[in-house]
Design a protein around this ligand. Structure first.
Ligand code: UFG
Length: 332
């Protein structure tokens, strides 16, 4: 059985579907602070999914799960992931993302479970010294979110040396889109991310979409990011676990499309896919946004055999289908 922490959340739920499609039995562990019970119920209709509500900050909660189920490996998503919030409230990030993961790893070692795929982030790199960013780029996070994840990466390396814990650290760039069958999707409250925010502004009562700054040192003045489709991203977790079973070796991979899109590009794609005009205004820069982030993902492609396949248009279309469902414009 595979334990997926944070499986009721955005990337976690799409990864659960990917594993179910591969015939795996899953147990989800989630405190439902950002995840949703409705998502768990949907996943339980798709395949063999057990659910345990609990919080990694309480070691007893996770200990019970390892006592109850025969767990072979862990895919670890459960984390808070808002850069701005992490600056305001670092304790929340270090306690949950770092200390919570320590509880998880200690419980794994105790139960002799030694394979984990970890959801890390390109925020561990900080302000880029060069692009595209490869795995050798120096890691100097500029916010507590990135630091909380980098600490976990380091702990995992030490736990490998000391206890033989094998980990694959996946450093995601920006994630976009939703399940192509519209069963699960991006469901954050509040929503801060670019694509859902653009799409939300098309619904009645929606607000004007705000571009955070058009005076960056980029061709159109808006920030450039690398948007990888969530189903493509889900697939690489399965490949990473297969690699762990086959090679029994720790490693780290950047996950992006190797293509940068500016905020304005994404806005244009949204207008094209929706075939609608979207109300927009340019406002001040958001604190802590680097001008340009995109990945060198050659290592994941060569070693794991991963290939991101979906286009940004497909990601925006699936995200729009989900928004329509969430706004009651269509039903599943
Ligand atoms: N943006 C806007 N308007 C909005 C929302 C976003 O202009 O309403 C801009 C941002 O300023 C940024 C870009 O769109 O330039 C992307 O912003 P997101 O909030 O969608 O994503 P981030 O790049 O800030 O953060 C995401 C994840 C983090 C992760 C990071 C890695 O939320 O957890 O990618 O790049 F660390």
């Amino acid at each position: 059985m595979i334990l997926i922490t944070g499986g009721a959340g955005y990337i976690g739920s799409h990864t659960v579907i990917n594993f179910l499609n591969a015939g795996k039995d899953i147990v989800i562990f989630d405190n439902l602070e950002n995840g949703h019970i409705e998502t768990v119920q949907t996943l339980q209709k798709i395949g063999s999914v057990k659910f345990e509500k609990g919080d990694l900050r309480n070691i007893e909660d996770i200990e019970k799960v390892f006592e109850k189920y025969d767990i072979d490996a862990v895919i670890h998503f459960a984390a808070f992931a808002l850069v701005g919030e992490s600056v305001e409230n670092p304790a929340k990030y270090y306690r949950n993302n770092t200390f919570g993961t320590l509880n998880l790893l200690d419980t794994m070692i105790k139960h002799n479970v030694k394979k984990i795929v970890f959801s890390s982030t390109c925020a561990t790199y900080g302000e880029p010294e060069y692009t595209p960013i490869d795995e050798k780029h120096p890691q100097n996070p500029i916010n507590p979110y990135g630091a909380s994840k980098l600490m976990v990466e380091r702990i995992m390396e030490d736990y490998d040396r000391a206890y033989g814990l094998k980990s694959i650290k996946l450093r995601y760039f920006n994630v976009a889109g939703c399940d192509s069958k519209n069963r699960v999707g991006e469901w954050h409250e509040p929503e801060t991310h670019l694509i859902p925010n653009i799409l939300k502004s098309t619904f009645t009562g929606g607000q004007t979409f705000k571009i955070f700054g058009d005076d960056y040192d980029t061709p159109d003045g808006t920030c450039i990011r690398d948007y990888v489709n969530v189903e493509d991203l889900a697939e690489v977790h399965r490949l990473a676990l297969e690699y762990l079973y086959k090679e029994n070796k720790s490693d780290v991979f950047n996950l992006g499309t190797e293509h940068g899109d500016s905020v304005k590009n994404i806005f244009d794609v949204c207008e094209q896919v929706l075939d609608k005009k979207i109300p927009v205004e340019v406002v001040n820069r958001r604190a802590g946004d680097p001008a340009k982030l995109y990945a060198d993902s050659q290592k994941a492609q060569k070693i794991l055999g991963w290939k991101p396949e979906k286009t940004i248009q497909e990601s925006v279309q699936s995200a729009y289908n989900w928004e329509k469902f969430m706004n009651g414009v269509c039903v599943k």
